[in-house]
Design a protein around this ligand. Structure first.
Ligand code: FRU
Length: 483
């Protein structure tokens, strides 16, 4: 960790400099993962949006690339997606080269100032050199605004059974689905959500994709909302149901959360990854994203996660677990098996600047409250725990270091345990300024950022009344960023 950048994530993507929010246009193409992102290259707060760009061969080591899309006369470049148009349905390909096509929102600040309700509309850009350089389509926008103030964040995928593109678009308090044969002409198919889910804030950044479990395919709809998250501010809810090329029909209208933590927003899946479904989100929150004490950059992405589907009784849930690619970072490890722990037990003497992966299994029935504690000599601590009486997991950053850049940052945040398994099984990923908890094989997930006054250097497992550890494994994770 460089001294002047004490909170620089060591294996999470963060921009070298300046402001970042939503991941955009994530696509895997010819051996490269592309991550575009909402970016303001002239400051560390939100401003006229560009698409920043980073690439990776393995989802772990990222290289920042030149800015992909700049604002133009139609507006700022807001969130959107990229597709591989392999059959050149758009006609934007040339000489047998299939185009990568970006479908994004143009946000027009002049129209916004004039109090028009039509200042967001959808446009295209394309690349004929595998994502290196991008050209805007000359007849933008391709989907004009019908008079809806929030009309943005198109996520497009190919719908094979009907040979057409489907766009999921956030339209204020619902998602509107459009279809197109060529990415240029769009027809409205249906709407979803006015009477479903959480409506504590505006709906943003949708994503609709199929997942298969035990031979059954269901469609998942992700919808980010801001504010209205389960632990305040921005968060991402999901629905599971059927999709027939026209209409999304959820099995339940109730909200579920992909991540109960405060710091996973606007996440969507990576296009073109074949049988795997991979996801990552912006590891921050609109409540304080512009105020976090980092310089000269602001914010990072979560680790990439692999999504799955699981059933509990009759109800379907989404699971997310860290991608296996992170294994390349594994270093020394430390383990305990079949051991009683009462009070506090240090797990490693001095971790200094360490980042790692923690796995813990305890018997659900016999356990008492317990926690994993990250701490330093300044008395800063981040506590990741399980509270038996209320059957919740939590991340407590009350005494995590710098918290007063925003009132309410230093709090204890909870998430329900949804699993009824006999074993409580936790995977915890710790970077210098973030923790990601994946409980019960990714059924309950919590992501939280923190800013200690000096690096965390101690790791404990604690239980006042005592717990029996089935298995515990702490593995150091080496940095993936250049030191
Ligand atoms: C979500 C969001 C999107 C929008 C983008 C602007 O965080 O508000 O709806 O496209 O950020 O930067």
């Amino acid at each position: 960790v460089a001294q002047n950048e004490p909170h620089r994530p060591q294996f999470h993507f963060s921009p070298n400099k300046h402001w970042m929010n939503d991941p955009n246009g994530m696509v895997y193409y010819k051996g490269t993962y592309h991550l575009f992102f909402q970016h303001y290259p002239d400051g560390t707060t939100w401003g006229p949006m560009h698409w920043g760009h980073a690439t990776s061969a393995d989802l772990v080591h990222w290289t920042e690339q030149p800015i992909a899309l700049y604002p133009d006369s139609l507006g700022y470049i807001f969130s959107g997606s990229v597709v591989v148009d392999k059959d050149n349905t758009s006609g934007l390909g040339k000489n047998g080269v299939s185009p990568l096509v970006a479908i994004f929102t143009h946000h027009n600040p002049d129209l916004e100032k004039q109090k028009s309700d039509k200042y967001q509309y959808q446009s295209l850009a394309y690349s004929l050199d595998e994502g290196k350089t991008w050209k805007k389509y000359e007849n933008n926008p391709v989907l004009p605004n019908p008079g809806i103030t929030d009309f943005r964040d198109p996520k497009v995928r190919w719908y094979e059974p009907q040979q057409k593109w489907i766009m999921s678009l956030a339209t204020k308090d619902r998602i509107t689905f459009y279809s197109s044969p060529n990415l240029k002409n769009w027809t409205k198919e249906s709407e979803f959500g006015q009477d479903a889910g959480s409506h504590g804030g505006v709906w943003e950044c949708p994503d609709l994709f199929p997942l298969t479990a035990n031979g059954k395919t269901a469609w998942v709809l992700l919808v980010s909302i801001n504010p209205g998250g389960p632990n305040e501010g921005s968060a991402t809810q999901y629905f599971i149901g059927d999709f027939d090329g026209k209409t999304f029909k959820p099995y339940s209208k109730e909200t579920k959360w992909i991540d109960y933590g405060t710091d996973n927003y606007a996440g969507v899946t990576i296009a073109n990854t074949n049988e795997r479904t991979l996801f990552l989100g912006w590891m921050s929150n609109w409540l304080y994203g512009e105020k976090v004490p980092t310089s000269p950059w602001r914010s990072a992405m979560t680790v990439p996660r692999e999504l799955g589907l699981t059933q509990i009784k009759k109800d379907w849930f989404l699971t997310s677990v860290p991608v296996k690619e992170l294994n390349v970072l594994k270093g020394e490890s430390f383990s305990l098996k079949k051991e009683n722990i009462k009070g506090g037990r240090p797990l490693t003497s001095k971790l200094k600047n360490e980042t790692g992966l923690f796995k813990l299994d305890v018997s659900a029935q016999n356990t008492n409250d317990f926690s994993i504690v990250l701490a330093n000599d300044r008395g800063n601590e981040v506590i990741i725990g399980y509270d038996k009486a209320s059957n919740v997991y939590y991340i407590d950053r009350t005494h995590s270091g710098q918290t007063n850049f925003r009132e309410g940052f230093g709090k204890r945040y909870t998430a329900p345990r949804l699993s009824a398994d006999q074993i409580i099984s936790l995977t915890v990923i710790v970077d210098v300024a973030s923790v990601e908890l994946f409980a019960d094989n990714g059924l309950t997930v919590m992501t939280g950022i923190f800013f200690p006054e000096q690096p965390m250097s101690q790791l404990y497992i604690k239980s006042a009344k005592g717990i029996f550890i089935e298995n515990l494994l702490y593995t150091k994770l080496k940095p993936s960023v250049k030191q």
